[in-house]
Design a protein around this ligand. Structure first.
Ligand SMILES: [Cu+2]
Length: 154
C-alpha cells in the first residue's frame, strides 16, 4: 500500500503542522507585526536635546501691517542640540502653526497645531529628522516662518 491516509502517523503530522502554523501565526501577530509598525528608534539626544528653541508669536502678529509675527522667523535647528521647538502665543488673538505642505515626522507624527493656539498658550514639537519646513498661520496667511533641521555636523 502506498497510500498512508488512514495511518495514525499521518494524522499526527497534520496536527503538528496545524499547531506549528498557529504558533507561527500567533508569533507573527503578537510580536513581529507590532514591532514592525512601532515608532522608529530615535537617539536619546534627539528626543531630549540640550536646548529648547523658543519661537514667540509677538503681540500684534494678527496685523497685516506688522512685519514681525513669528520671532525668529527663520530657525536653523540641529538634531540633538535644539530640535525641540515651543511656539508661544503672546498675542491677544488665536493663531495656528500650519505647514505649507503636509509634513510628518516619523517619530513625532504630523507637524502643525491642531486647531488654534489661544492667547497665552503654546504649541510644541520635537523634530527627529532633517527637513525644511515652511509654515504659516491659517487665519493670517501673511504670518510665515521657516524651520530648517539638519543633522549634527560631527
Ligand atoms: Cu495668526
Amino acid at each position: 500500500m502506498s497510500q498512508t491516509t488512514s495511518s495514525p502517523a499521518y494524522g499526527i503530522t497534520i496536527i503538528t503542522l496545524v499547531i506549528g502554523l498557529s504558533v507561527g501565526l500567533g508569533y507573527y501577530q503578537m510580536f513581529y507585526l507590532p514591532e514592525q509598525s512601532a515608532k522608529p528608534e530615535v537617539d536619546e539626544h534627539i528626543l531630549h536635546p540640550t536646548f529648547v528653541t523658543d519661537i514667540n508669536i509677538i503681540p500684534g502678529s494678527a496685523l497685516e501691517t506688522q512685519q514681525d509675527n513669528f520671532v525668529p522667523k527663520l530657525v536653523n535647528l540641529q538634531l540633538g542640540v535644539d530640535n525641540h521647538v515651543i511656539w508661544t502665543n503672546s498675542d491677544e488673538v488665536a493663531h495656528t502653526v500650519t505647514p505649507d505642505t503636509p509634513t510628518e515626522d516619523s517619530f513625532s507624527g504630523i507637524f502643525g497645531s491642531t486647531g488654534v493656539i489661544l492667547p497665552g498658550k503654546t504649541y510644541e514639537f520635537v523634530f527627529t529628522e532633517d527637513n525644511e519646513i515652511d509654515y504659516h498661520c491659517i487665519p493670517h496667511p501673511w504670518m510665515t516662518g521657516k524651520i530648517i533641521i539638519t543633522k549634527q555636523r560631527f
